[in-house]
Design a protein around this ligand. Structure first.
Ligand SMILES: Nc1ncnc2c1ncn2[C@@H]1O[C@H](COP(=O)(O)OP(=O)(O)OP(=O)(O)O)[C@@H](O)[C@H]1O
Ligand SMILES: [Mg+2]
Length: 447
C-alpha cells in the first residue's frame, strides 16, 4: 500500500526518474552541507565577535570600578562612561540603580544571539540581562558594585552580517546546475523517446522515419529495431507477393478446367465438379483480394462517425435491419488515423457474416479510455465459446452443414479482419451479444 501511494507521486517518465535519481542526492547533500557549514561558520564568527565585545565591556566595568573606588561622584561617572562607550561605538549609560530592568529575551530561531548571550554570561561573570529582540540593536544591562551599566550595541557587531548572501548564492548555483543537468539529460533521453514512438507506430502498422542516435546502448537498440522492422516488412511483402502470384497463376488453368467441364455431357458428376471449380475460383478471388489489402495503404484521418454512417447506409440498401449506435463520450467529430479502405473491408467482413447469420444487426461505436471500441452484433445462432479461436483462423468454416446453402464463404473473412485490426495496433475478439443473443465482434483500436 505504502509503496503504491509513494509510486503515485513519483515521476513516470524516464527523464523525470533520471532527474530524480541524479539530482535528489546532489540537492540533498548540498542542503545538508550548506546548513552544517553555515551554522558552524556563524557559531565561530559569533564566538569571536562576542569575545571581543566581552573584553570591551570588562574593560569598561574595570574602569568604572576603579573610579568608583577613587570616589568620583556619580555625575562624573556617567559622563566618563558615556565617553568611554563612544570610543567603542556603544551607547553606554551608568545608573545608580542596582536592579536589572531588562529580562533576557532571544528569539528561538536566533542561533547567533543565543551563542552571544551564552558567551557573555560566561565571560562577564556578573549579573547581566540581554534583549536581542530588536533586529538592529542589542540591549545589555550588567551590574557593577554601586550601580548598573546599560549598553546599546549595534546588532551588526555581534554576528556576521548578510548571512543570506551565501544561501542565495548556493540556491542560485544549485538551480543553475539542475537546469544544466536537465538539459543534458533531456538530450540523452530524446533518442529513447524517438525509438519508442517508432516502435509504437510500427505496432499500429504505420511507418515513421527513424534514425538511431544517442548513447551506445540506445543506438544499438535503435539499429536492432530498424533491422527487425525491415525483416518483418520483407516477410510480409514476400508472403503477399507469393499469395497473389499463386492465386493469379492458378486462375488460368482453373478457367481452362471450367471451360473443359462445361463442354462435357451434362451429369451429376460434372455439375458437382463445376461447383467445386466455382468455389475454387471464389477462393482465389479472396486470396487476391486479401493480398491487395495487405499492400501498404497510407493512413489518413477519418471522422469515425461519418465513416461508420456511410458503411451502414451502404448495407441498408440490401439489408434493412441494420443500425448504427454511437455511445457517448464519442463525439460526432472524433477523428482517427487509419487505413480507410482496409478498415472498411475489415468491418464489412464482419457485417457480411452478421447479415448472413442473423436478421438484425447493430453496429456500436464507443470510447473506452484510450481505445475506440467498435462492436458488431447480430441475433443469429452465434458461435460456441470454445470455437472462437477456430473461427478467427484462416480457412475455418464452422458448422458447415448448418449454412451450406445460405453461406458459401471460404473462411477467410474473420481472419482478414483480425489482420487488419492488428495492423492498426488493435485487437479483435468475439463474444456473445448480450442484447441480440447472437455473435458480437468487438474491435479495439488505440487512439
Ligand atoms: N455472425 C456469425 N454468427 C454465427 N457464426 C458466424 C458468424 N460469423 C462467423 N461465423 C462462423 O465463423 C466462420 C468463419 O467466418 P469467416 O467470416 O472467417 O469465414 P466465412 O464467412 O465462412 O467465409 P468468408 O468470410 O471468407 O466468405 C463462419 O464460417 C461461420 O461458421
Ligand atoms: Mg465471412
Amino acid at each position: 500500500m505504502a509503496r503504491n501511494s509513494l509510486k503515485r507521486y513519483l515521476p513516470t517518465s524516464l527523464l523525470g526518474r533520471a532527474a530524480l535519481i541524479l539530482l535528489f542526492p546532489i540537492v540533498l547533500v548540498e542542503i545538508i552541507v550548506g546548513i552544517a557549514f553555515i551554522q558552524r561558520h556563524f557559531e565561530q564568527v559569533t564566538d569571536q565577535m562576542s569575545e571581543g565585545i566581552a573584553l570591551e565591556i570588562i574593560f569598561m566595568k574595570n574602569e568604572l570600578e576603579k573610579h568608583i573606588e577613587g570616589g568620583v561622584n556619580p555625575n562624573d561617572l556617567k559622563k566618563l562612561i558615556y565617553e568611554l562607550g563612544n570610543q567603542f561605538g556603544y551607547t553606554a549609560k551608568y545608573d545608580h540603580n542596582l536592579e536589572l530592568t531588562l529580562i533576557d529575551d532571544v528569539s528561538f530561531y536566533d542561533v547567533s544571539g543565543k551563542t552571544f548571550v551564552h558567551n557573555l554570561n560566561e565571560k562577564l561573570g556578573s549579573i547581566s540581562a540581554f534583549d536581542l529582540t530588536n533586529p538592529r540593536i542589542v540591549n545589555i544591562q550588567t551590574l557593577v558594585s554601586s550601580g548598573r551599566l546599560d549598553l546599546m550595541i549595534s546588532r551588526k557587531r555581534i554576528s556576521a552580517s548578510n548571512p543570506h548572501q551565501l544561501l542565495v548564492l548556493m540556491i542560485l548555483a544549485t538551480l543553475l546546475l539542475v537546469l544544466f543537468s536537465l538539459i543534458i539529460l533531456k538530450n540523452q533521453i530524446r533518442p529513447i523517446g524517438k525509438l519508442a514512438k517508432a516502435a509504437e507506430a510500427f505496432g499500429k502498422g504505420q511507418f515513421v522515419e527513424f534514425k538511431p542516435g544517442g548513447s551506445d546502448e540506445v543506438r544499438r537498440a535503435g539499429f536492432a529495431f530498424l533491422a527487425m522492422r525491415a525483416r518483418i516488412e520483407r516477410q510480409i511483402k514476400q508472403r503477399t507477393q507469393m499469395l497473389s502470384g499463386v492465386s493469379h497463376d492458378l486462375r488460368t488453368p482453373l478457367t481452362r478446367l471450367k471451360l473443359a467441364l462445361a463442354l462435357q455431357k451434362e451429369s451429376q458428376e460434372v455439375s458437382d465438379m463445376l461447383d467445386d471449380v466455382d468455389s475454387m475460383g471464389a477462393m482465389l478471388d479472396e486470396f487476391l483480394e486479401f493480398s491487395k489489402v495487405s499492400k501498404k495503404e497510407v493512413t489518413k484521418e477519418i471522422v469515425l462517425v461519418d465513416f461508420l454512417d456511410r458503411l451502414v447506409k451502404k448495407n441498408k440498401k440490401h439489408f434493412d435491419n441494420i443500425h448504427l449506435e454511437i455511445t457517448s463520450p464519442l463525439e460526432k467529430e472524433f477523428t482517427m488515423e487509419v487505413r480507410e479502405n482496409a478498415l472498411r473491408r475489415g468491418i464489412q467482413n464482419i457485417i457480411d457474416n452478421a447479415m448472413t447469420f442473423g436478421d438484425k444487426v447493430n453496429v456500436i461505436a464507443r470510447k473506452d479510455s484510450n481505445y475506440t471500441v467498435l462492436q458488431i452484433e447480430d441475433n443469429g445462432p452465434g458461435i460456441h465459446e470454445g470455437n472462437y479461436e477456430l473461427a478467427l483462423r484462416p480457412f475455418s468454416r464452422l458448422d458447415e452443414a448448418r449454412n451450406q446453402n445460405s453461406h458459401s464463404g471460404v473462411g477467410l473473412g474473420l481472419s482478414i479482419s483480425t489482420d487488419i485490426v492488428r495492423n492498426h495496433g488493435g485487437k479483435l475478439s468475439l463474444h456473445r451479444s448480450e442484447k441480440l443473443g447472437g455473435l458480437g465482434v468487438s474491435i479495439r483500436i488505440p487512439i
